[in-house]
Design a protein around this ligand. Structure first.
Ligand code: NDP
Length: 290
């Protein structure tokens, strides 16, 4: 057994856990793996991983234990009963901020340090420095400092604070923004369906336009920092609500449901009705807060 800190245990060998374990193997780490369905460990065993027969055996093999399972319920099930005393547990299973905080307390009560992770990548991006893959981490800063190098092997790291829920919150906030983008792209393609525009060419236009519009987020940040939602506004709410009518009439002409657009438009109208026509759309955020 090596004692240079290059020893790691990975629990969970789905697509993501396998990719992460493989990255550590490729970087020369001594990797112990465990998976509920043992056959999924065979490829990694052939590449040099040690396959543990039980969770307890896997946890005992390394100080640093990485958990990458389907969901928080499977994490609880797998770790229940394992001796975690003195371990550094890094849980990269996708979860909510609240669940991550509960899991941190649950793990710490059992004598381990806890770091939560939110993976901003798909498995093929793992282990490739150029892919842009990274993982948000939050929780024990001591754990993060102690294992920074090891954690940076599968993907770049972004530590976002001692609150164990912070990584999940950052992860979900970005995924939520992405969901809105997917909705917009879906609506746009629906409008163009059945026209002579080639989907591939229209996709190029979409990418160009959405990239040009992305700095919108900086404008929102300025408004939130200053409390002045009119600063630097070039397209004001009154004008945009007027424009929404054109978007809706076009959807109708094209026989496309506006159900993906209308919730956001309704919020814009409410903010306008409250007398904020000179703002951009930042005021919608205030309407969302419950
Ligand atoms: P997979 O579906 O490929 O693998 C799921 C893993 O969880 C398997 O190891 C499975 O074991 C295990 N598992 C599920 N339920 C249980 C249970 N009750 N008890 C024990 N083990 C269980 O998922 P991924 O590897 O793709 O994802 C793992 C985590 O990574 C998820 O939280 C996901 O959200 C996150 N993630 C994944 C991304 C992706 O693109 N794949 C991107 C970003 C994050 P078994 O083999 O026995 O079924």
């Amino acid at each position: 057994m090596r004692d240079d800190g290059k020893r790691i245990t990975v629990l969970g060998l789905g697509a993501m856990g396998t990719a992460m374990a493989r990255a550590w193997l490729d970087a020369g780490y001594e990797v112990t793996v465990w998976n509920r369905t043992a056959s999924r460990a065979e490829p990694l065993a052939a590449e040099g991983a040690t396959v543990a027969a039980t969770v307890g055996e896997a946890v005992a093999a390394s100080d640093l234990v990485v958990v990458c399972l389907l969901d928080d319920a499977s994490v609880e099930k797998v770790l229940d009963g394992a001796d975690l005393r003195g371990k550094d547990l890094v849980n990269v299973t996708t979860s909510t901020p609240g669940r991550a905080r509960e899991r941190a307390a649950w793990v710490e009560r059992r004598g381990a340090r806890y770091l939560d992770g939110g993976i901003m990548a798909v498995p093929p991006m793992i282990g490739s420095a150029e892919s842009g893959a990274y993982v948000f981490y939050s929780g024990s800063s001591e754990l993060f400092a102690a294992h920074r190098d090891a954690l940076a092997v599968p993907a770049a790291t972004r530590y976002v604070g001692v609150d164990p829920g912070s990584a999940a919150l950052h992860d979900v906030a970005l995924l939520s923004a992405m969901t809105g983008m997917f909705a917009g792209v879906s609506h746009a393609f629906a409008l163009m369906r059945g026209t002579e525009a080639a989907p591939r060419e229209f996709a190029a236009l979409l990418i160009e336009w959405l990239t040009a519009m992305a700095p919108y987020a900086n404008g929102v940040a300025t408004h939130l920092e200053t409390g002045d939602y009119t600063l630097g506004v070039t397209s004001n709410l009154a004008m945009m609500v007027e424009g929404n009518g054109t978007l809706l009439r076009t959807a109708e002409e094209q026989g496309v449901s506006a159900e993906l657009l209308s919730p956001f438009m309704a919020l814009m109208e409410r903010r306008l009705a409250a007398g904020h026509g000179d703002e951009g759309t930042t005021g919608v955020i205030d309407l969302l807060l419950r």
